[in-house]
Design a protein around this ligand. Structure first.
Ligand SMILES: [Zn+2]
Length: 456
């Protein structure tokens, strides 16, 4: 493969050219209620050439590897048609490396019928949990990508990228009252990630049923403690996307707000994106421009310390590449993406956070949300009231709303352990979804959070 790619690249007359080829196998099993809704497997092979001329990018995607030289010429031609300025593309050291994935239990060796049997067990647990359970949705997915990357600056990388997971959803109904419970597990280390998670299925079912009799939270402003999973979603969705330099570069207002060196929170606040963190879903040795991933502080000791870059955005903003150019598949060019994003640990125990809260809310997990630049609305999966320093009754309809900058400033306690829950889902951006990412954090306490719910 290497020889063919290097030979084709020699036909390039662009300033920079790269070829990325991907061979992928995937399989899926999906139960909805009693029905096996969807089951199958797929194998894909394809690639993309990307060429840079005078600041303009040209692309050619393909499924037939036989005529790479023509694909290179096509990408160069397109680039020449759009390139009108001068190219800005940060220098990086060239790399020659091969990385192989280590799977404890290789899901490619597990038959589809065995996968179905495992998923069916979880589905049965939900359906048999309680007579208020109306339906279920249990979806298994796996994907193994092998990527060959070669560019005109001498970099050649072979990389393997496994990902597998199961998402588990239970729906309970009592008249018009419909409630859901969600759980998921996912990871890059093999099929064992999705095995033996019967408890997750039971938890999803129990939560759906319990929420039927839980009152909606009364709307108002509360001291809110968020769990590690919700802290991770907050770090990723509310803040992390604002750190992606392609968006930042094009938005004058955000550029003014996201000034390096500006205070964003207390001294104890650290937010990190780290693609080199071992064993998470957003972990890779190199990004899709052949740049080594690394630990990037977005906020360090409360101060805006960095942002995420591709080679192009790094050059345009006069900063260093960070290893954050990622593509979801060979059909797409790399764009600036997060990897594993988390709030770092602080000094406080969960008990310390709860103890002095007279009336507050403990919010867990997330089932949906929206962000519009610095504004966010997140629906927590469920919550508990905090009354007189103690976690009290279960509540539903927990919707948190705010301005991310104010919210970061209102964080007053940060837990002393970080959890990076191995959950499923992924990030969507620029038509590339779902990209596997990791996220997490400690328990985080925030003052004055606007909580929606039924107004009293
Ligand atoms: Zn995202």
């Amino acid at each position: 493969m290497r020889e063919r790619m290097e030979k084709a690249l020699r036909k390039s007359n662009a300033e920079y050219t790269e070829i990325r080829i991907e061979s992928a196998t995937s399989s899926w099993v999906n139960f909805r209620g009693e029905e096996l809704d969807n089951i199958g497997s797929a194998r894909t092979l394809g690639g993309i050439v990307r060429a840079l001329v005078k600041g303009g990018w040209g692309y050619s995607t393909f499924n037939d590897l036989r005529d790479l030289e023509t694909r290179v010429r096509e990408a160069c031609e397109s680039a020449r048609l759009v390139g009108k300025e001068h190219s800005e593309f940060a220098e990086v050291e060239s790399v020659d490396d091969t990385t192989t994935a280590t799977l404890n239990k290789d899901f490619r060796q597990v038959s589809l019928s065995e996968k179905k049997a495992v998923i069916e067990e979880y589905n049965k647990i939900i359906l048999g949990y309680h007579d208020r359970i109306e339906t279920s949705n249990v979806a298994y997915n796996d994907r193994f990508r092998k990527v060959w990357y070669c560019n005109s600056q001498g970099t050649y990388i072979e990389d393997e990228r496994p990902d597998t997971g199961v998402s588990i959803s239970a729906t309970a109904r009592d008249g018009d009252n419909v409630q859901r419970g969600f759980e998921s597990v996912a990871g890059s280390t093999g099929f064992q990630v999705v095995e033996g998670v019967h408890k997750k299925a039971e938890e999803a079912a129990r939560r759906a049923v319990d929420l039927l009799s839980a009152p909606p939270v009364a709307g108002g402003k509360y001291t809110v403690i968020i769990n590690p999973r919700l802290a991770g979603v907050f770090a990723h969705e509310a803040f992390g996307h604002l750190s992606e330099s392609d968006v930042l570069y094009e938005n004058e207002r955000m550029k003014e707000l996201m000034v390096l060196g500006k205070r964003f929170g207390s001294d104890g606040l650290n937010i990190i994106d780290d693609g080199s963190f071992s064993g998470l879903r957003g972990t890779h040795t190199y990004d899709d421009e052949g740049v080594k991933t690394r630990k990037n502080y977005l906020i360090k000791d409360g101060i805006l310390a960095g942002r995420l870059h591709s080679r192009e955005t790094a050059a345009k903003m006069g900063e260093q590449p960070t290893g954050n150019a990622r593509a979801i598949s060979y059909q797409h060019p790399p764009i600036v993406r997060m990897t594993n994003t988390f709030i770092d640990k602080g000094d406080d125990s969960f008990e310390d956070m709860v103890r002095d809260v007279e009336l507050g809310l403990y919010a867990l997990d997330m089932v949906g949300g929206q962000t519009a630049m610095e504004m966010f609305t997140f629906s927590a999966a469920y919550g508990y009231m905090i009354r007189e320093g103690t976690v009290a009754e279960l509540v539903r309809d927990v919707v948190l709303t705010g301005n991310v900058f104010e919210t970061l400033m209102n964080i007053d306690k940060i837990g002393n352990t970080v959890e990076l829950p191995p959950v499923g889902g992924g990030c969507g951006k620029g038509g590339q979804s779902p990209l596997p990412v990791g996220f997490g954090g400690p328990y985080v306490r925030i003052q004055n959070v606007v909580v929606g719910g039924r107004q009293q």
